[in-house]
Design a protein around this ligand. Structure first.
Ligand code: IPT
Length: 985
């Protein structure tokens, strides 16, 4: 008995053609079917609509597109997006799904040209439909398919006639396939990738298998092309190489190899009597040699990101422009690799990776993460009934994408547990393509994988793995095998909100240990969905914003690009961390170490320009005349480039200012003003830290209970109430910040999360007790204690005010923690809120690191200099508001207030027994409390004050939301701290 396959069937696609390659350039005709299709949404899979019903009076939706996102973003007529990360949004009852199952009926007419009826086949190709669909033509049901991010071809020849035909597609939101498509993304349905009507000529080319290897020992390309169906009369040509061959024949010729550094492609033309197809071959060989992942004989280091397909208005229906924008932005920010988390991308994306040069880990459309919460009971990965379906998925991926030089590894899926089907998938992949390593992070013993892959380990653990010192596996044979494998971080450094911090901890290891083949930051894009409030205010929604009954909140907003495609500070930091020319302070004072991270390219295309920056001004500059060979390292000494000028130059600068030596690798074809993170690499070393200014000696004037210290007025309790022409709203010591997403979530490796420790220490609700206000030798000394309600830990504070002159006051804040603290502190510093009606417009000029923000463990992108921004421009508008915008190493800042400029000059800054060069400055038009309470950026409203933080130290960022928290060297702890600031009006 044959039963009609339904959306709950455990059957591979039925009525479909054999899987074949994607997007070749062919002379066979085809008709794109993109555009508005007639559409109607039904509440259940059994819509009761006849496939022959043309749906004349239905509405329309765009194809490609998701029906939930069709229409205006504040009034979607066909349901709403929903976000869960791990949780299934339906009962876990495989392969059954609930009766309530939004189902779209799509209709359109398709015109088959007369000429197509003279021979050949007529084929419908779908690049992606989420999640299960049935295809009918002229009322005849022909096929059922699934595999949301995989292609389906249906031969419709016998059902069509020349002229207009009715195409009907029924798509269910939920199906058996939902259980294997539990990726961390929005649940969005429909025909979301292109649909094309193809003419497949008689004697045509169904499939091409392209082997384009590179023999680095001879410099030759090795080409073999197999054609399906096999034909002796097929001809293969590579015009640029003058190569001609028959299918199956191996030919060799000297070539320029393909790499991400220099993505040389050659047209390969394949001809049969019925069809000519052109592919773009890149000659390269991926191999594991002595435990090292290599490309063309050199170690292959993946400086990668995980990329989901996403656009805020269109979900996963990404346009070619978006794909190109992604690729170009990755290249610009020194990303050289993409893991297509967690499914094969739109095929055009891979064309772009071939062309522009990005290494790709192409991942199967498979995730069953929600079973983990159930102890992996009934996991499809370990259920033999699912084997044909999962093998079909990898088969379609490899058949679709194997001709791309960019693809350097196949991944069997993500977070799908272990089980019998892993072996079956791995075997299927190896049979189809033995030339690329197989990746699957879920296979911890690497029984079926060729590389050892992990997500979010600590850098300490990676350091052990780098040396082959990981904990042994119980099975000795597997252990030996795994120990000889290269190591990949398929996910690390969670870019959720403000972060990630701590990249260098991993990248330094990657630079130094050949076993480490690099990794992929999680993740490229914040998937904020463009929507509006009831009053029409636009914002980007995350989980919970659309009335979902279960959701994972802000975990969907964890990208390096903000939803409007603004690079987040995390992306600028990543660009600096991945830069091909690594520049950093050398082992000896006054030295910089340069390293060429290219595998195949010298630095001949880069100028190595340096500047000596004193008090933010360039006092000397020059160029290091060196070309570094691939992988070469050199140390350059300031004394060598400056000779005996150095002492004179230093002597001519103000000793209370910092002197930095900054070196940038700038592309020869770019101007020297290219932003640091877009150059080829930059770094700096502090040549001379700022000395504290001499103590002020002026005295305090007291009139009617008000003490005047230069321009500062203190009330009887020692509280500053005015600075020059500006009223003070609040001034006190502070130790809190609006938690970042990483602060809010306890890391897997820590007993307590940072935000929780701060709450327990009362830091979000600090009160000040004043013990004494005394005039001591011309100074005002205020002793106080700042502590949070309900706790007994706190900070003893001694604040000393001294007059420098009428316009200048000197402030020294000394902090000593007391009591038992539950963990870190967010910051140690002074909070000053100044009444300022248009605080966002206030211009801030500062000398220090910039121009963009930096934190203790995210500071490669910020260089010494003199910078300016308005307060508004200092803010980063994260999809979920949180701490942002700190500038470090600030020795001077001028605030252009309505009542006149206020200059803040850092003096002695000390944390525990460590002197710090400059303070950390943050300026906002709203309070930290408002920032912490806002769910979306539009909820933040300037409150009439300029909120300034002048910090001796601020806690780093870490990656606690997934991965380790802030490393000890970047953590702020309850320690003593001293902050000296000069205020001048
Ligand atoms: C990891 C997932 O693989 C990825 O898809 C994403 O969900 C990420 O987490 C969090 O943003 S899995 C997790 C258990 C580390």
């Amino acid at each position: 008995m044959t039963t009609h396959p339904t959306h709950e069937s455990l059957l591979p696609p039925t009525g479909v053609r054999a899987p074949r390659f994607a997007a070749p350039t062919t002379d066979a005709p085809h008709v794109p079917l993109d555009g508005d299709w007639r559409f109607r949404l039904f509440p259940t899979a059994d819509t009761g609509v006849d496939p022959g019903d043309p749906g004349e009076d239905w509405g329309t939706v765009p194809v490609p597109g998701h029906w939930q996102l069709a229409g205006a973003p504040d009034a979607w007529p066909h349901g709403r997006p929903a976000y869960t990360n791990v949780l299934y949004p339906i009962p876990v009852d495989p392969p059954r799904v609930p009766r309530d199952n939004p189902t779209g009926e799509y209709r359109r007419t398709v015109t088959v040209p007369d000429a197509w009826r003279d021979g050949g086949r007529v084929v419908l190709r779908f690049e992606g439909v989420d999640s299960w669909f049935e295809v009918a033509v002229n009322g005849r049901v022909l096929a059922q398919s699934h595999g949301s991010r995989l292609p389906t071809e249906v031969d419709v020849t016998d059902a069509v006639h020349a002229g207009e035909n009715l195409l009907a597609v029924r798509v269910t939101q939920w199906s058996a396939q939902t259980y294997v498509e539990d990726q961390d993304q929005w649940w969005l349905s429909g025909i979301f990738r292109d649909v094309t009507l193809l003419h497949r000529p008689d004697d045509g080319i169904e499939h091409v298998t392209l082997h384009a290897a590179y023999d680095h020992t001879t410099g030759e390309g090795v080409l073999r092309v197999d054609v399906e169906p096999a034909r002796p009369d097929a001809l293969v040509e590579v015009p640029a190489l003058g190569l001609r061959a028959r299918p199956g024949e191996e030919t060799r010729a000297p070539v320029e190899p393909w790499s991400a550094e220099s993505p040389r492609l050659y047209d390969v033309v394949v001809r049969t009597p019925g069809e000519t197809v052109t592919l773009r071959a890149g000659f390269r060989t991926v191999a594991v040699v002595d435990g090292v992942l290599t490309l063309n004989g050199a170690p292959l280091v993946l400086r990668g990101v995980n990329r989901h397909e996403f656009a805020p208005t269109d979900g996963r229906a990404v346009t070619r422009e978006t794909m190109l924008a992604d690729v170009l932005a990755m290249k610009r920010h020194h990303v050289n690799a993409v893991r297509t988390s967690h499914y094969p991308p739109h095929p055009h994306f891979l064309d772009l990776c071939d062309e522009h040069g990005l290494y790709v880990v192409d991942e199967n459309d498979l995730e069953t993460h929600g079973f983990e919460l159930l102890g992996w009971r009934d996991n499809p990965t370990d259920d033999p009934r699912w084997e044909p379906l999962l093998v079909d998925r990898v088969t379609r991926m490899v058949r679709r994408d194997a001709h791309h030089p960019a693809v350097v590894m196949w991944s069997l899926g993500n977070e799908a547990g272990v089980g019998c089907n892993v072996a079956a998938m791995a075997a299927a992949v190896r049979t189809l393509d033995p030339t690329r390593p197989v990746h699957y992070e879920g296979d911890r013993t690497c029984e079926h994988a060729d590389v050892y892959s992990r997500m979010y380990p600590t850098s300490q653990e990676v350091a052990l793995i780098a040396r082959g010192l990981e904990d042994p596996l119980p099975d000795a044979a597997l252990d030996t095998r795994r120990r000889a494998m290269p190591f990949v971080l398929c996910e690390y450094a969670h870019a959720m909100g403000n972060g990630p911090g701590g990249l260098t901890g991993y990248l330094d290891l990657v630079d130094d240990h050949p076993r480490l083949a690099g990794g992929f930051v999680w993740e490229w894009f914040d998937h904020g969905i463009a929507t509006r409030t009831p009053d029409g205010e636009p914002y980007y929604g995350y989980g919970g914003d659309f009335g979902e009954e279960l959701h994972d909140g802000t975990f969907i907003a964890d990208g390096l690009l903000l939803p409007d495609r603004t690079p987040s500070p995390g992306l600028l930091e990543l660009a600096a961390a991945y830069a091909p020319v690594r520049v950093r302070a050398g082992a000896q004072p006054g030295t910089l170490e340069l390293r060429n991270r290219y595998a195949f390219t010298s630095t001949a295309h880069a100028r190595l320009v340096w500047t000596l920056v004193a008090d933010g001004d360039v006092v000397a500059e020059g160029e290091v005349d060196r070309v570094l060979a691939p992988d070469e390292r050199v140390e350059v000494r300031l004394a060598d480039v400056l000779g005996d000028r150095l002492d004179d130059l230093l002597a001519a600068t103000d000793p209370t200012t910092a002197v930095w030596w900054v070196l940038r690798a700038v592309p020869r074809d770019a101007g020297a003003d290219v932003p640091a993170h877009l150059g080829l690499g930059a770094g700096q070393v502090l040549v001379r830290p700022p000395a504290a200014p001499p103590r002020a000696t002026g005295s305090v004037v007291t009139v009617g209970g008000v003490r005047r210290v230069g321009p500062v007025e203190l009330d009887a309790t020692g509280r500053p109430v005015r600075i020059g022409g500006t009223a003070v709203r609040l001034a006190r010591v502070d130790a809190w910040r609006a938690p970042t997403d990483n602060d809010r979530i306890r890391s897997w490796y820590d007993p307590v999360g940072d935000a929780e420790a701060w709450e327990r220490a009362g830091l979000s609700r600090l009160h000040e007790r004043v013990d004494d206000v005394a005039d001591v030798a011309g100074a005002v000394v205020v002793t106080s204690r700042v502590a949070g309600a309900a706790t007994d830990c706190g900070l003893r504070v001694r604040t000393t005010w001294r007059t420098v002159d009428e316009r200048t006051a000197d402030l020294v804040v000394e902090l000593t923690p007391e009591g038992r603290w539950p963990g870190t502190v967010a910051r140690l510093g002074w909070l000053l809120a100044l009444e300022q009606p248009d605080a966002g417009d206030v211009r801030v000029d500062w000398t220090g690191l910039g121009p963009d923000e930096s934190y203790a463990d995210s500071r490669l992108a910020a260089l010494a200099g003199r910078w300016q921004h308005t307060v508004d421009a200092l803010q980063t508008r994260y999809t979920h508001p949180q701490e942002n915008g700190a500038r470090r190493g600030v020795t001077r800042a001028v605030l252009h207030l309505a009542g006149g400029p206020l200059t803040l000059t850092a003096g002695e800054v000390r944390v525990a027994d460590r002197a710090v060069p400059g303070l950390e400055l943050t300026a906002r038009p709203w309070s930290d409390r408002a920032l912490a309470d806002a769910r979306h950026p539009h909820e933040l409203v300037p409150d009439g004050a300029l909120w300034l933080h002048l910090d001796a130290v601020q806690h780093g960022l870490g990656s606690a939301a997934c991965g380790p928290g802030v490393e000890p060297d970047a953590a702020a702890r309850p320690t003593t701290a001293t902050l000296q600031v000069r205020l001048q009006v």
